[in-house]
Design a protein. Structure first.
Lengths: 617, 240
């Protein structure tokens, strides 16, 4: 791309790109986010290229490989413009038909359309799919429109106009003020007001200042930052450029975990394109403002998402946190004033500058403005990434957008905020979701993980899972986090394996309070949340494990037995054939029995029984 | 340095701006326990024993006094139920980790913990992971012979790759600084061994009195670092 040397040249280039594109031309967009990669979307892309050529449509139909659309449950996703026909779970065999029927003859293929699992309503066009229709996708929506490796695509949808606006018609202080006024709070977990953070870094003494993008997303099941950096890296870079200008920084870092190869690749391509176009480097757009960005790949330690540990890691030291009584904004990377924000926070900035703080702050609740991207996973029909306005209820997210719990099972709880978030029970499902409400009920926003659990989930087992995760990820520097997690893990193992004792619940609570109070960093301070919140809302399950040596959800292996109901068993032999330890016996067409001394409680018999004859006690 | 005024347990105190609260409070007579603190190395904030309450802008929070720089107008409390509760649990956790370490057992008894009946499964580790050995070797001696390996409960101070140290000069600074005597040194006329780092070095014998006085490798390191004449360490400090 040619170098642009002024705001006028940037706008002229944008006009040129737009003019060269016909909005009415047929365009096949294919989601190539990491989720769809796993489904084999790159084969679909090649098949489209082949079939379009075969059909003689080359030059008439465009193909665009885009970032993650968010509806990962239904991938590979194909959207055909200009009408935005929405095809889901597209397989290799479907491609020729799509080209010959839909592209050539304008016919819809019913088989590939989306049907709502509960209402059975069919949607033809993308905006009519309830999963999308109920969201407010001001940050994530552009992912489906552009090729993340194309700066031209980003410019064509108005990219870097907000940056140019800030650079040429706003003073740095005005940019800070606008972000403050928008009410944007950090999307990485802490929820600190972004504008105030910027202001203190701007006011800090020092000629050299750094800005950092925290892309060290590490919560199990959460991938919104990855999908943003993969699917729309320029939105993050534009946010960083605006922030650097506002703060007075000339150098930035993206700290991204090396397990995110596509995010690293796309960020590298985007940075190279910006340098070539003169939007990154010295004297950007002839304004006198200079800024450069480096990519720092992290080794995948969860604790490196903690700002001070992240900074230590960039400096080449062990990724361990330090006390934050002296803020990064005063003394951060290499002792210089540093402003660190999360991927999603940066991506919000261009929208705020473009549309204005007044527009932005209309979205959301009093204390939490704008939208939030959640990673909706677990026992929910529509697994994927959803962007919703702050203040929406959990019910709307899980049932209206998420399509409810699969298999007709009953919803039990939702865990928000990643491994150190809390479990919220069904009784609170109508609560509005924002930073303060989630904290109030003993959970947190975190980076936006949302794990749905149904009646077959044991809450003690869930708490144990998260505590074990955190135990392995604690850096081990401070006593309460290191020793506290070890002891919590041991007590929870005892409870789930039938060795629970009177007083264990109280000891967990006592320990949890101290870990919250006394741990060095956010990891330890929030680590007891899964335990404390499940005790708060599901104390009866803990008591059943301890007092009755019973797991009500039928999950904890040491406390359950599989039995065959002789009235229901038809003697088909399916369980007997599939049992990995040969502990099921019985004659054909006669009720079978399980030898409890050999049973390893794997649950295979229950899974394969067609007559619901295997019960868990 | 500018001075700031603050109150500690109700008494007004003046301190130098930037000074850490631990020292300021101790100078003012407060009794604050520490395990990972030593004046010779940078504040670390790992053991969490020195936590006290600080009220600032109407908000009270628990902070580690060793890493908290004093500020104008803050109000500090060094004794409260909340502080005691946290310290007691930390000691209880350390006791469960290092069940046989006399220093920790004595501390636990002071906090009213039933030393013989731990509420947790006890282990017999000897190290409380205060990090003083690692930090002294790094910041004071400058040899960086040891660091931490492992995460969470698996954290352990060790030479690289948990192998016998190649760089330890057997100076014994880590032995001296360890608050729970977890690093043992064995000294014979011929050699000195730091057992934890599996390092044995031959001793230099004094030209004058004939007594061994320092590991040879340590002399090599000091000679290079201090730029003293090569024959400086031919004689022991007593005969020099």
């Amino acid at each position: 791309m040619r170098r642009v040397n002024s705001q006028q040249e940037l706008e002229a280039l944008r006009e040129e790109i737009r003019k060269a594109r016909d909005p009415n031309q047929a365009l096949v967009t294919i989601c190539t986010g990491t989720g769809c990669h796993a489904y084999g979307c790159m084969n679909i892309v090649s098949a489209f290229k082949r079939e379009i050529e075969k059909a003689g449509l080359s030059g008439k139909v465009g193909i665009r490989t885009t970032g993650c659309h968010g509806f990962c449950e239904r991938g590979p996703l194909v959207v055909i413009y200009p009408k935005r026909i929405f095809y889901q779970r597209v397989q290799m065999d479907d491609v020729a038909e799509i080209v010959n029927e839909t592209l050539k003859n304008d016919k819809i293929i019913d088989r590939l359309l989306y049907t709502h699992p509960m209402t059975e309503e069919v949607a033809i066009f993308e905006p009519d799919v309830p999963f999308y229709g109920l969201q407010k996708r001001i940050i994530f929506g552009n992912n489906g429109l552009i090729d993340p490796t194309s700066l031209e695509d980003y410019l064509s949808i108005g990219g870097y106009a907000a940056f140019a606006k800030a650079l040429f018609s706003m003073k740095p202080e005005e940019v800070v003020e606008e972000v403050k006024k928008s009410g944007l709070r950090g999307r990485g977990g802490g929820g600190f007001p972004t504008g105030r953070k910027w202001e203190s870094c701007r006011n800090a003494k020092g000629d050299k200042k750094y800005v950092i993008c925290n892309a060290d997303e590490g919560d199990p099941g959460a991938y919104m930052d990855r999908s943003l950096l993969e699917g729309n890296p320029h939105s993050v870079l534009e946010g960083m450029l605006i922030g650097a200008y506002a703060i007075g920084s000339d150098e930035g870092y993206i700290y991204v975990r090396n397990e995110y190869p596509l995010a690293v690749k796309h960020a590298e391509i985007a940075i190279a394109a910006l340098k070539e176009a003169g939007l990154l480097g010295d004297n950007i757009l002839g304004s006198g403002f200079s800024f450069d960005i480096h990519i720092n790949r992290g080794g995948g330690a969860f604790v490196c998402g903690e700002s001070t540990a992240l900074v230590a890691s960039i400096e080449g030291r062990v990724g361990e946190p330090r006390s934050k009584y002296i803020h990064l904004s005063e003394s951060g990377l290499w002792g210089k004033p540093t402003n660190l924000n999360n991927v999603e926070t940066w991506a919000n900035v261009p929208v705020i500058i473009d549309k204005g703080a007044d527009w932005y702050s209309q979205i959301g609740t009093e204390g939490s403005k704008g939208t939030k991207i959640f990673s909706l996973v677990g026992k929910v029909n529509n697994t994927g990434l959803v962007e919703v306005p702050m203040g929406i209820t959990l019910r709307e997210i899980i049932f209206d957008i998420g399509g409810g719990v699969p298999g007709g099972k009953k919803f039990k709880a939702v865990q928000t905020g990643g491994p150190s978030g809390g479990c919220i029970p069904e009784s609170l499902i109508d609560m509005p979701v924002d930073f303060d409400k989630l904290k109030e009920v003993g959970s947190m926003m975190g980076s936006g993980g949302m794990i749905v659990m149904d009646e077959t989930t044991c809450m003690v087992d869930v708490a144990k899972y998260f505590v074990d995760f955190l135990k392995g990820e604690s850096c081990g520097k401070c006593t309460p986090c290191r020793e506290g997690l070890l002891r919590m893990s041991q007590i929870l193992a005892d409870i789930t394996e039938g060795r629970g004792r009177e007083g264990d619940i109280e000891l967990l609570e006592e320990l949890g309070v101290v870990m919250k109070d006394a741990s060095l960093c956010g990891l330890g301070q929030t680590a007891p949340n899964p335990v404390l919140s499940t005790i708060k809302y599901f104390r009866d399950e803990y008591e059943a494990h301890i007092k009755e040596k019973r797991c009500p959800a039928g999950v904890c292996k040491a406390l359950i037995t599989y039995e065959i109901d002789p009235d229901k068993c038809t003697g088909c032999g399916a369980c007997k054939r599939n049992c990995p330890v040969d502990c099921i016996s019985g004659e054909k067409k006669e009720p079978h029995t399980i030898d409890q001394s050999k049973c390893i409680k794997c649950g295979t018999c229950k899974d394969v029984c067609k007559f619901d004859a295997v019960t868990v006690k | 340095m500018a001075k700031v005024q603050l109150t500690i347990d109700g008494r007004t105190v003046e301190a130098e701006e930037g000074a850490m609260l631990l020292q300021v409070a101790r100078d003012a007579g407060a009794d604050i326990p520490t395990l990972c603190h030593n004046d010779e190395v940078k504040p670390y904030g790992a053991c969490r024993m020195c936590m006290i309450e600080v009220e600032e802008h109407g908000r009270t929070r628990l902070v580690t006094s060793c890493t908290y720089p004093v500020k104008e107008g803050i109000s500090v409390t060094t004794r409260s139920d909340r502080i005691f509760r946290n310290r007691k649990m930390i000691v209880e956790l350390l006791l469960a980790r290092c069940y046989k370490v006399p220093e920790i057992r004595a501390m636990a008894a002071d906090y009213g913990i039933d030393v013989e009946n731990s509420r947790f499964q006890v282990r017999e580790d000897t190290c409380i992971l205060c990090g003083l050995c690692v930090r002294v070797c790094d910041e004071v001696v400058g040899v960086h012979a040891i660091g931490f390996a492992g995460r969470g409960p698996d954290r352990v101070p060790t030479p690289p790759f948990k192998e016998p140290s190649q760089f330890c000069i057997a100076c014994g600074a880590c032995v001296y600084v360890c608050p729970v005597d977890a690093i043992k040194m064995v000294q014979t006329p011929e050699s000195r061994t730091i057992k934890r780092w599996q390092r044995t070095l031959p001793m230099k014998v004094c030209k004058v009195c004939g007594e061994p006085f320092m590991p040879e490798y340590q002399i090599e390191y000091f000679t290079k670092r201090a730029k003293v004449p090569e024959d400086f360490f031919e004689v022991c400090p007593n005969c020099r």
